[in-house]
Design a binder for this molecule. Structure first.
Ligand code: OOB
Length: 532
């Protein structure tokens, strides 16, 4: 296995193979097989572009040949920061066929996140789009190539300037060395952990299992027309079941440039979309928009919602407003996926986050001493299974804390389990703020803020928010002249922080409430600030 990754123990490998979770088929081959079965069927749609399975397959091969000519090969990491455009998929499959490993950054990430990802992964190339939603990625690429010596190439979808144009990076397809399905296929970003974002190795076998079984749980078929409204670099629309789930069954993926109701409703009507996936704040926006929109949304059968807790009241409004069913999804880039079954009674769909995808997702719900809680009680969810990682990439020290000795991942989520097995997410023990599905790593932002000349000490806490569930408040002990939110956020932006991580509020305080051990009492602090 790729250096810096933790493999499953041999007995688990045997078991997951025997039980058919791991089928030994690399992800690049999944597309190849579908292109053989249904070459002319529409694989993906973006604006005016419509690629059949044969076309996507051919483009991936030609791009793989072009990338090989640049010296990109098995095991090398490539930092990919692309929005929802067709090239995302030709590139992804090209890399997968080469055995090179995409590291998927989100379009919203900026220099702060990208430098960390490029350095940690020692990426040899960085792939961007020229511009998206008014942001030019090429200056970012210039800065990054100067800072990270491992980066040898920048490839650009669109106007390449001094870099390599993705469309010119094509060669004559040639046989490539076989890819081992047990190897790492992609590195995903962790949203769920304390400290700087970590990288999650997902193997061909485990990620194919993830997408295939998720597609089954969501009733995907060759008739599925899935709208990717969320950024496809994220595990939810990428493979849970998302794009990979669609490609595995010969359905059609329709790419939406951004998830506003205006844009999405046009596409739902025009492309007769059957399934899509959203995070909870977007559900609320869509529900409002649907009440005055005259778009024909009648093709929509299922809306999948996950990433953060969906309120039962909002859940109940979905069918009346959008005319489709709701499926709750509780997932994590680390692996475990839970879905409410399609035939579940309404109250379970509204009130729970579903059942684990497979019988071999081993779930433990434990207290602070790692002891199982009483049935039905709230505890931290630990998980081990055929598509859940055994260790973060190049993170030996953090892995000691993030995993139990017998290989369970500590999710940091507080859950309880109903007698039916359904899980309900009740809260969180880890230091992450979940801003409507977007994850903010508290420690990382605090460390940045500590560098601000006016800030002596800082604690970033979550405040309850009607729309987002949580938003972030930077509580600071400060020096004169006292900082304000606008100037601090301008300062953070200059340091290249993604916009969704900027504090929503800044509160200057004289002191922090402390615990008996003398640490900042974050709970008391959040309550105190919320009451101001
Ligand atoms: C998804 O993945 P990540 O990696 O961005 O974030 C995972 C964390 C979970 O540990 C949990 O804290 C939270 O996001 N979460 C939910 C939730 N779904 C995820 N909290 C409450 N209710 C839910 N339904 O967010 C993700 C990955 C695949 C599918 C769906 C979501």
């Amino acid at each position: 296995m790729l250096e810096g990754c933790t493999d499953w123990p041999e007995d688990f490998i045997q078991r997951y193979r025997q039980q058919g979770y791991w089928q030994g088929v690399p992800l690049g081959q999944v597309l190849r097989e579908q292109a053989r079965l249904t070459p002319d069927r529409e694989a993906l749609v973006q604006d005016q572009r419509r690629w059949s399975y044969a076309e996507l397959d051919r483009r991936a091969d030609r791009l793989a040949a072009g990338l090989a000519e640049l010296g990109i090969g098995p095991g090398q990491r490539v930092l990919v920061q692309l929005p929802n455009i067709a090239e995302f998929f030709s590139l992804m499959f090209a890399l997968l066929r080469l055995g090179a490993i995409p590291v998927f950054a989100l379009p919203a990430h900026r220099e702060h996140e990208l430098r960390h990802l490029a350095e940690l992964s020692q990426a040899v190339a960085y792939v961007i789009v020229d511009e998206h939603l008014g942001f030019d990625y090429r200056p970012l690429a210039r800065a990054l190539s100067q800072q990270v010596p491992s980066l040898r190439h920048v490839l650009v979808a669109g106007q390449a300037a001094e870099f390599i144009a993705l469309e010119h990076c094509a060669g004559v397809p040639r046989p490539l060395p076989p890819v081992d399905a047990r190897e790492v296929a992609v590195l995903l970003l962790s949203g769920g952990t304390t400290g700087l974002p970590k990288l999650i190795p997902r193997t061909h076998d485990d990620y194919a299992c993830n997408a295939r079984l998720a597609a089954r749980a969501c009733g995907f078929s060759e008739h599925t027309r899935y709208l990717a409204a969320l950024p496809v670099a994220h595990n939810f629309p990428l493979a849970s079941p998302g794009a990979l789930g669609v490609f595995g069954v010969g359905g059609t993926l329709v790419l939406c440039p951004e998830p506003s109701p205006d844009t999405a409703f046009d596409l739902i009507e025009r492309e007769r979309i059957s399934h899509t996936a959203l995070i909870p704040p977007l559900v609320q926006l869509w529900l409002e928009a649907a009440s005055w929109s005259d778009h024909d949304l009648s093709s929509l059968q299922w809306l999948q919602v996950g990433g953060a807790r969906l309120k039962a009241e909002v859940a109940a409004r979905i069918r009346p407003a959008l005319g489709c069913g709701l499926q709750q999804v509780y997932g994590m880039a680390e692996g475990l996926l839970c879905f409410t079954p399609l035939d579940d009674p309404q109250e379970r769909v509204f009130e729970t986050q579903g059942l684990p995808l497979t019988a071999d997702d081993e779930i433990r719900i434990v207290d602070a001493d790692d002891q199982p809680v009483a049935p039905g009680a709230v505890g931290e969810l630990l998980v081990r299974g055929p598509y859940t990682l055994r260790g973060y990439y190049r993170a030996a020290e953090q892995n000691l804390r993030a995993f139990t000795a017998d290989g369970f991942y500590r999710s940091g989520d507080l859950v309880r389990r109903l007698p039916t097995g359904h899980l309900i997410v009740e809260g969180r023990s880890k230091d992450v703020i979940n801003r409507g599905g977007e994850k903010i790593p508290v420690e990382d932002i605090e460390n940045l803020l500590l560098g601000h000349p006016q800030i002596r000490d800082v604690a970033l806490v979550a405040l309850a928010d009607e729309l987002l569930g949580e938003r972030s408040c930077a509580c600071v002990l400060a020096r004169e002249p006292l900082p304000d939110l606008a100037s601090v956020n301008a300062w953070l932006r200059e340091r290249g922080l993604a916009a969704y991580k900027l504090p929503d509020r800044l509160q200057v305080l004289a002191q922090f409430p402390l615990t008996r051990l003398g640490k900042v009492n974050r709970k008391a602090l959040a309550e105190q600030v919320a009451a101001l």
